[in-house]
Design a protein around this ligand. Sequence first.
Ligand code: FAD
Length: 237
Amino acid sequence: MKVLIVFAHEEPRSFNAAMKDMAVETLEQAGHSVVVSDLYAMKFKAVADGEDFLERRDKHFLKRQLEENIASELGTLAHDILEEQRKLKECDLLILQFPLWWFSMPAIMKGWVDRVLTMGFAYGGGKWYDQGGLKGKRAMLAVTTGGPEPGYSPRGINGSIEEVLFPIQHGILFFCGCEVLRPFLAWSPAHLEEAARTALLEQYRQHLVGIESLDRVPFHPLAHYDKGMQLRPEFTP
Ligand SMILES: Cc1cc2nc3c(=O)[nH]c(=O)nc-3n(C[C@H](O)[C@H](O)[C@H](O)COP(=O)(O)OP(=O)(O)OC[C@H]3O[C@@H](n4cnc5c(N)ncnc54)[C@H](O)[C@@H]3O)c2cc1C
């Protein structure tokens, strides 16, 4: 299997970097090929703007999704976007590795999402959710937190981790057609003893060893919704 790891941490000696290195080693040992997009090292441009288009349909008013649609068709997106889309097209599994920042991903990774998952490429024209442009690919989050696990439980102060990750797992990955694999959460590594951190890395290794049989995060396919975009009664809990 071909794996693309998109990695967002500014410090090469961070726990996130150790997880990324562990993933590369484990997956390659298992016979998979791995490509890493190290966004900070690449100085990836995080801001979506008019420079993302080599040509514009309308030079006076930037209507982003319209320009994305046209540029995705014509191949006139900026070169760094095209390069990331090429990696994405080739991969079978996408792993997003990042520290939880403000209940979400760091801005540099959000910029990757904003700029790379263009309309006409990742979604659009009837391609969304289980019929999205990345249909056939799997995706998985590997996330570190500052807070401990109980705070992200259903009664936890932060809300459940499923709720926190819903905008990413459902609103980005599943929206674009990926099957979303159960995420790996590295809870609060900065507050653990060295031995516990080593054990956490080993847990991640085991998660990756079992990647082919990991369960999916359950989301409803389009066919379960009615014309008003509401879940049909027979699927409502
Ligand atoms: C802007 C911002 C917003 C944030 N928002 C949130 C939020 O909403 N929710 C939340 O819970 N947290 C939040 N945090 C905290 C953040 O999620 C954590 O600080 C981060 O996830 C910790 O991961 P790290 O890789 O940065 O840890 P690091 O601090 O890099 O690593 C922890 C420890 O692991 C050690 N280590 C590195 N490699 C290894 C190895 N191979 N083996 C053993 N140990 C190793 C490091 O030396 C370090 O001592 C936020 C932080 C910031 C800066």
